[in-house]
Design a protein around this ligand. Structure first.
Ligand code: ADP
Length: 449
């Protein structure tokens, strides 16, 4: 087992990984930019190394500085968290070249799944259902029209190198296709340095349902059920729950088994998430994330597992300690992502936290590095806390989340707590009847009042 792990991230996820390490008796090294010198992940680590100025490209994305920090401190592995370098195959390879272990899958999986055209092809060949669409990248405008005609309108043009919901364009009719093809390509080129695009049928009212998997280096793979992440704004998840209100356990296990079979076929190791759109009883693969997800705690709440601990164990070459039939799902869990943003305009709200009181009590978990006096830097993602609760029924879970949000005090900045409170009182949401467009419609009608 590793003796010392460097955590190449910041904020709540750096703290999350640190907690697992400490509970396993593993020493931790924090890295930070000059903007994060006072951050909780730095204060609580055994050692900390400053790796550069505030801009992420010079610090948290600075591969050489991070590898040097690991070498100097004598760390034997690097956990990348999510975001930043977590899905960077070149970084994972560089880590290995420096005789360190990357806590994540084999870099070949990161590379394959990072290219969405390759990912879709890989998924399809491994037996996972995919969204009907183009066979690979689209060569030119005329081909785009031909393919769109054969799929049927509306269609969605997506960037092969896409991520974070960027580089997607909908075409409602034949007239729109040429323009959508050109703008999507230009945007993708600007955002990702790769203008390649592909096409999918545009689904009208899907839910976003994803399957968590865990594999080791010995060919064992299990799934840990699903998460429903349909509550989204601008393709960004805001709230997640498990089990999905749209599925029963048998349906969830059925798609879970399809995913496990596919992951065994490709030899996937470590934690990963296979994302689907779900509409009219059918699942359609959209992408795979080859890392820990922001919303992993809801899975931990219902399975009782520690996903980071499992990631560390399998990266160290150990076998999974349990089989599929040992995985038990207990009750319901929900997560509210709390962002430093205005809950009406969604304008970022960095700045100093003047007062802070986190909720507690039975079956409540708060993952956050916040404290009174902390100055949230403007340079990074606006996620500042995750509030997770568990309940024996979905109703109990909703009641508990409402009371936990009521207890949460974050003074000095705007947060999305009021948005969550409004959503949790909306009858259609309470009934579980929401799809990926529900939140945007809700926000638009609320703001019109
Ligand atoms: P990214 O990697 O940029 O997040 P995804 O492929 O995961 O891109 O898609 C992000 C979101 O975009 C999905 O959760 C869904 O809301 C929407 N989306 C993606 N593909 C489709 C589709 N074929 N039809 C309708 N909506 C889609």
């Amino acid at each position: 087992m590793f003796e010392k792990i460097l955590i190449a991230n910041r904020g709540e996820i750096a703290l999350r990984v640190q907690r697992a390490c400490r509970e396993m008796g593993i020493k931790t090294v924090a890295v930070h930019s000059t903007a994060d010198s006072e951050a909780m992940h730095v204060r609580l680590a055994d050692e900390a190394v400053c790796i550069g100025p505030p801009a992420a490209r010079d610090s948290y994305l600075n591969k050489a500085a991070i590898i040097s920090a690991a070498t100097i401190t004598g760390a034997d592995a690097i956990h990348p968290g999510y975001g930043f370098l977590s899905e960077n195959a070149a970084f994972a390879e560089m880590v290995a070249e420096h005789h360190l272990t990357f806590i994540g899958p084999d870099p070949k999986h990161i590379r394959n799944m990072g290219d969405k055209v390759v990912a879709k092809q890989t998924a399809k060949e491994a037996g996972i259902p995919v969204v009907p669409g183009s066979e690979g990248a689209i060569p030119d405008e005329n081909a785009a029209v031909e393919i769109a005609d054969s799929i049927g309108y509306p269609v969605l043009i997506k960037a092969s190198a896409g991520g974070g919901g960027r580089g997607m364009k909908v075409a409602q009719s034949r007239d729109d296709v040429r323009e959508a093809f050109t703008t999507a390509g230009t945007e993708a080129k600007a955002a990702f340095g790769n203008g390649e695009v592909y096409m999918e049928k545009y689904l009208g009212h899907p839910r976003h349902i994803e399957i968590q998997v865990l594999g080791d280096k010995h060919g064992n793979v299990v799934h840990l059920g699903e998460r429903d992440c349909s509550l989204q704004r601008k393709h960004q998840k805001i709230f997640e729950e498990t089990p999905s209100p749209a599925l029963n356990r048998a349906q969830a296990n059925e798609i879970g088994d399809v995913v496990v079979t596919a992951m065994k076929k490709i030899g996937y190791d470590n934690a990963g998430t296979v994302e689907f759109l779900y509409e009219d009883g059918k699942f359609y693969f959209i992408e795979m994330n080859t890392r820990l997800q922001v919303e992993h705690p809801v899975t931990e709440m219902v399975t009782g597992l520690d996903l980071v601990r499992e990631q560390i164990r399998v990266a160290a070459g150990l076998e999974l300690e349990f089989k599929q039939e040992d995985v038990k799902f207990e009750g319901y869990a929900m997560e509210c992502r709390i962002n430093a943003e205005n809950s009406y305009t969604f304008a970022p709200s960095p700045g100093k936290i003047l007062g802070y009181h986190a909720p507690g009590g039975r079956r409540v978990r708060v993952d956050s590095g916040m404290f009174a006096g902390f100055k949230i830097p403007p340079h990074y993602d606006s996620l500042i806390a995750k509030l997770i609760v568990q309940g024996s029924t979905r109703e109990e879970c909703l009641m508990r989340m409402r009371r936990a949000l009521h207890e949460y005090v974050i003074d000095g900045i705007d947060t999305t707590i009021p948005l969550h409170q409004a959503v949790l009182n909306e009858p259609t949401f309470v009934d579980g009847n929401y799809d990926i467009r529900w939140l945007e419609n809700f926000v638009a009608s609320r703001n019109a009042k």
